[in-house]
Design a protein around this ligand. Structure first.
Ligand code: 5GP
Ligand code: ZN
Length: 135
């Protein structure tokens, strides 16, 4: 994709702090991290989001998520790691080249976890049923 920021980063047209690369994927530090070491892992091929990624592309990234999580945690002395992926604008996606956030967390780092909200009576079974029907 000619006008894709992350394709340009992968191609080296835009500089990045690369931490890992293999034939399938490229990982670099997020320019505006939630904490130092916040890394973005992207497939080298352009896919807009998770839904568009073929299963084999996703499968090739999975072990790298773990490898990076362990290395990042060790490197910045983090207390924990969040893995995240925003898909669609409503979920906070700003760059439409699929990417996985690997985010180091520290006790009392000031970032809030999302707030859960309870189901209404009977709603949980209804939602579970709908999801099962769509799989
Ligand atoms: P999204 O909201 O799409 O899941 O996340 C996009 C991420 O890309 C953001 O966390 C943002 O800080 C990061 N980002 C945006 N532009 C650049 C850039 O030019 N270089 C790097 N390294 N990260 C970027
Ligand atoms: Zn792209």
């Amino acid at each position: 994709m000619n006008d894709c920021l992350f394709c340009k980063i992968i191609n080296g047209d835009i500089p990045s702090a690369k931490v890992y690369e293999d034939q399938h994927s490229y990982a670099f530090l997020d320019i505006k991290p939630i904490n130092a070491g916040h890394t973005l892992l992207v497939p080298k091929k352009h896919f807009a989001n998770l839904y568009e990624m073929p299963d084999d592309v996703l499968a090739n990234l999975t072990p790298t998520i773990k490898k990076l999580a362990i290395a990042i945690k060790k490197s910045v002395g983090a207390d924990g790691i969040n893995i995240g992926m925003n898909n669609d604008s409503a979920a906070g996606q700003l760059v439409f080249h699929a990417h996985i956030h690997i985010m180091p967390r520290f006790k009392n780092d000031g970032h809030e976890h999302w707030h859960g909200k309870p189901y209404q009576d009977g709603e949980i079974d209804n939602v579970a049923q709908k999801i099962k029907a769509n799989l």
